[in-house]
Ligand binder design. Structure first.
Ligand code: C2O
Ligand code: CU
Ligand code: CU
Length: 505
């Protein structure tokens, strides 16, 4: 077993523009295969990274300052992880290695959004049916928040992200600057991911389900849980911190794993932001649940912890089981040093931002989250019982607000994400599964529950619990066009839990 807390937490470097096109900063990133040390006792691991870095470099952009990005693929022709050619989009007639980049949470026109079928191969030799242009533009008109960019190629997203294709994208603005939150070296992004390794340091990803039965080989798996936890691309790292306040922008970048984070000495997190920006007020949270793709912007105050070592722990219970504190129950360690390098002049204002509550809407859509068996007896997760290839069924009008009522008929929590938009969570309510199954009628089996205090801000990913109806309210815009919505458990997303949606004029 790998030793915990022996490597220092890496901080991703900031990507700089290479030039300007008509005053708009221009960035270029190349997806490359490299070998990287992920733990000091492991030989270098083959990974795919943006500019050869896993995780990719961090973007720091200013609100209202658009940028251009040229995403290039310089990857080999063969994948080093098991591609299942029975999965839609990954069939034998398609190139094995395809990439397309999506800025998760970005309010981006569809031609730059990274539609799964807008993929391209090495040097743009081949492109997917929905490919439109090479140069992407991110308008950055949205308020300050923590986004992330990651691969989104049809049928192999789980493998491309697992190989390392993900990074942070931070939007800054004046309103946030005025708050005087911890900044500079005291403002740190944390990307949490789980991985498994072969003894020789290679990444391990299963090539068939636990019960292979008649599955093809290789086969997609129902979900993936690694046995080690990495932060910013290092296995169980530690970080020396001063006895003062820090801001951490935490992202769950894992394929399937959920986390419930706590600090081992009982210090609470002070949450200041969600997926899509600042909360109205800071919220004291003793534990923090993060589904794949969810983000939390938090402050941790180490000022009373001089000399301590605090472990960031995970105790998210899955199917009645808690993670082992010796392995996946640990995330990283903070070592609080004795002295401050300068006085902590940061503050945590009582009011952070205004988050007007949405109530008016024009349309209500009821959508099922359900499951079928495929011809091999494998689970195939669906949105509203439809396959990816079926015609577009969700067609909100530009500028209109809709309530989406998500009925989760399955046994899993599905983190549901919509491209383009930000939304608010209205409530969650259990329903009578039997009646729904037999008669299709929705009968509540308990009260409506408001979202957690730290979910009452703008979101782009929502946890839809099994046996519950989750309602979200979504203003559609500001761009018309073709986008997607999907479950962000990558093994679900790749195996049919993703649908196109069209914002119409
Ligand atoms: Cu982060 Cu379509 O996803
Ligand atoms: Cu997205
Ligand atoms: Cu799912």
């Amino acid at each position: 077993m790998l030793k915990k807390f022996v490597d220092r937490l890496p901080i991703m470097k900031t990507i700089r523009p290479t030039g300007h096109i008509k005053n708009v900063p221009f960035y270029e990133l190349n997806m490359q295969e490299t070998f990287q040390k992920l733990h000091s006792d492991l030989p270098p691991t083959k990974v795919w990274g943006y500019n050869g870095l896993y995780p990719g470099p961090t973007f720091h952009v200013q609100r209202h300052q658009p940028i251009h990005v040229l995403w290039k693929n310089e990857l080999p022709d063969r994948h080093f992880l098991p591609v299942d050619t029975t999965v839609h989009g990954a069939e034998k007639h398609n190139p094995e290695v395809r990439t397309v980049v999506h800025l998760h949470g970005g309010v981006t026109p569809d031609t730059s959004d990274g539609y799964p079928e807008a993929w391209f191969t090495r040097n743009f030799q081949k492109v997917g049916p929905h490919f439109t242009n090479r140069l992407y533009t991110y308008p950055n008109h949205q308020p300050s928040t923590n986004l992330w960019y990651h691969d989104h190629a049809m049928g192999i997203t789980r493998l491309n992200i697992y190989a390392g294709l993900a990074g942070m994208y931070i939007i800054h603005d004046q309103e946030e600057k005025r708050l005087n939150l911890p900044c500079g070296p005291y403002d740190i992004p944390l990307i949490i991911q789980d991985r498994s390794f072969h003894k020789d340091g290679r990444l391990f990803y299963p090539s068939e389900p636990d019960k292979p039965e008649t599955a093809p080989h290789p086969s997609v798996v129902p979900d993936f849980f690694g046995d080690t936890i990495l932060v910013n691309g290092r296995v169980w790292p530690y970080m020396n911190v001063e006895p003062r306040r820090y801001r951490f922008r935490i992202l769950n970048g894992s394929n399937s794993r959920f986390y419930r984070l706590t600090l081992s000495n009982g210090t609470p997190f002070i949450q200041i932001g969600t997926d899509q920006g600042l909360l109205e007020t800071p919220i004291l949270v003793p534990s923090l649940i993060l589904a794949p793709a969810e983000r939390a912007d938090v402050i941790i105050d180490f000022s009373t912890c001089v000399g301590e070592s605090i472990v960031l722990q995970n105790d998210f219970e899955r199917k009645g089981e808690k993670p082992d504190p010796e392995t996946t129950g640990s995330v990283m360690q903070f070592r609080i040093v004795h002295s401050l390098s300068c006085q902590d002049k940061s503050s945590i204002p009582a009011h952070l931002a205004s988050v007007p509550k949405l109530t008016q809407y024009q349309q209500n859509r009821t959508l099922r989250l359900n499951m079928r068996k495929d011809s091999y007896g494998r689970n195939i997760h669906l949105l509203d019982d439809r396959l990816w290839s079926e015609p577009v069924s969700e067609t909100p009008k530009l500028g209109q607000t809709e309530i989406w009522t998500l009925i989760n008929e399955t046994q899993d929590i599905h983190p549901i994400h919509l491209h383009l938009v930000r939304f608010q969570i209205l409530d969650r309510q259990p329903f009578d599964r039997d009646v729904f199954e037999k008669e299709g009628r929705l009968i509540p089996a308990g009260p409506r529950v408001l979202p957690d205090l730290n979910e009452r801000g703008w979101k782009d990913t929502v946890r839809a619990n099994p046996g519950e109806v989750t309602r979200i309210i979504i203003p559609f815009g500001p761009y018309p066009g073709l986008f997607v919505w999907h479950c962000h458990i990558l093994e679900h997303e790749d195996y049919e839990m993703m649908r196109p949606y069209l914002v119409i004029r």
